[in-house]
Design a protein around this ligand. Structure first.
Ligand SMILES: Nc1ncnc2c1ncn2[C@@H]1O[C@H](COP(=O)(O)OP(=O)(O)O)[C@@H](O)[C@H]1O
Ligand SMILES: [Mg+2]
Length: 254
């Protein structure tokens, strides 16, 4: 059965899109059939997978506005096991219309019902702020990967996220759970422990992934080149960490 994971984190620049691209790439390198969905009109995920405008006349905005079928809007990448559903700028307008009905928050989940059996993993990138797209991206998943970064993250973000999960679980009756907290731009485990103590979040410690992502200039270089970090330098610090993260998550689910 396919595992659907949405990447969340309530601060811009915390590494959600970097994580979406590099985790999906790592699953693909481990020969897991992976679908990466870009749910952010900012389109970092789409760009960083090297998808150019001409490649995605159809995108998630056209799917959500019922102009094309989901399966006709996905794009193959140069990696055999990685397929992407790109975002288009028009996504923010489509979201504005759909946001009028809270039932529409389940739209992506419904579309995925038809295609999820094709994939081992579906990774969804979400925008930073709470709103329709963010809630739709979370509602589509059964699992959340929460991006955190020291000192950008704060306890209040975590409590807001728990409230949002509660809303999705009770309003949409979806068993949404946290798969784990991923610390990005972090150098040691001790740093994470002291940060969670300082933020008075000791209970969150058991949710932290063993793997953390170090600061690595090769991330910035790979985004400049518009390729996943592993395709720039598979032995790079962050690329290796994302491969370990994919293995850790795969072990968690199996
Ligand atoms: N581990 C890292 N090392 C170096 N640069 C990083 C790392 N993680 C993210 N970045 C850089 O930070 C910027 C913001 O990351 P991004 O994934 O777009 O954040 P978000 O999607 O949460 O807004 C990107 O330009 C990226 O190159
Ligand atoms: Mg992003």
């Amino acid at each position: 059965m396919s595992k659907i994971l949405t990447i969340v984190g309530q601060r811009g620049g915390i590494g959600k899109s970097v994580t979406a691209v590099n985790l999906a790439t790592s699953f693909a390198l481990l020969e897991k059939n992976t679908l990466l969905i870009d749910c952010d009109p900012q389109r970092s995920t789409t760009h960083w997978c090297g998808i150019k405008n001409a490649d995605y006349a159809c995108n998630i905005a056209s799917v959500l506005s019922a102009k094309v079928k989901f399966i006709d809007a996905v794009v193959k990448t140069e990696l055999r096991y990685l397929t992407i559903m790109p975002a288009g700028f028009g996504l923010f307008q489509v979201a504005g219309k759909l946001a009028k009905l809270s039932e529409n928050e389940t739209l992506l989940r419904l579309f995925l019902k038809d295609v999820e059996k094709e994939y081992d993993y579906v990774i969804i990138d979400s925008p930073s702020s709470y709103g329709f797209l963010n809630t739709m991206a979370m509602t589509a998943a059964d699992w959340l990967l929460v991006c955190m970064s020291i000192p950008q993250s704060a306890a209040v973000d975590f409590f807001d996220l728990l409230r949002c999960i509660k809303y999705i679980r009770t309003f949409h009756h979806i068993p949404l759970k946290i798969a784990g907290l991923l610390f990005n731009r972090c150098e040691t485990k001790e740093e994470i422990q002291s940060f969670l103590d300082y933020q008075k979040l000791p209970d969150a410690k058991e949710l932290v992934f063993n793997t953390f992502i170090p600061s690595d200039d090769k991330i910035r270089k790979s985004t400049d080149l518009k390729i996943p970090a592993a395709l720039h330098d598979i032995k790079g610090l962050a690329a290796s960490a994302y491969l370990n993260l994919a293995k850790e998550i795969h072990f968690f689910f199996n």
